[in-house]
Design a protein around this ligand. Structure first.
Ligand SMILES: [Zn+2]
Length: 172
């Protein structure tokens, strides 16, 4: 079961906890800034859900159907990463990279609008940050200033839209 051991080695840096009725992903060890934490394992789909992560125009990472909950926790734990307007990670393709040092038990977050063009289930953010934009509806809901502020964290796909190199998705 070498492959399993490999998963667990990778996984040692993060784990899912549930408090006050909500899941979150936390660091399992102290992590410095600018290091890869884990990669987003899963299948590509063209259909986004509230749990998928967008990496290209019609490419969203999802987990396969029929996973036992233990498998979800062991391999697809990234689904429990919550949004923050001041996140401590950024997603580059499938890699989740720390932006700041992260302490054990500290929540691991990313900014949803840095990967999602449009959120399937927009929500009102209550993170309390002075930089909070309120409604988290994906990149398309950001103000022009918000887009520029997030520029360093945007996925390649969203960056190419911001720079006018890729056309934003059209209404059908
Ligand atoms: Zn916020």
């Amino acid at each position: 079961m070498l492959s399993n051991r490999h998963h667990f080695a990778e996984l040692a840096r993060a784990g899912v906890v549930r408090t006050a009725g909500a899941y979150k992903l936390v660091a399992a060890e102290s992590v410095p800034a600018n290091v890869p934490l884990f990669s987003l394992e899963g299948e590509l789909t063209s259909v986004p859900t509230r749990y998928t992560v967008q990496i290209d125009e019609s490419a969203h990472i999802d987990m396969p159907d029929g996973c036992r909950f233990e498998e979800v926790l062991d391999r697809f734990f990234w689904r429990f990463m919550n949004h923050s307007c001041e996140p401590n990670t950024v997603i580059r393709d499938r890699e989740v990279i720390s932006l700041t040092p992260i302490e054990p038990w500290q929540e691991i977050t990313f900014h949803y609008a840095t990967t999602e063009y449009s959120m399937v289930e927009p929500f009102e953010c209550r993170c309390g940050s002075s930089r909070c934009e309120g409604l988290v509806g994906g990149y398309q809901s950001l103000s022009a200033a918000g887009r520029e502020r997030l520029r360093p964290l945007l996925s390649n796909y969203l960056l190419s839209i911001l720079d006018g190199e890729t056309q934003a998705p059209q209404c059908r």
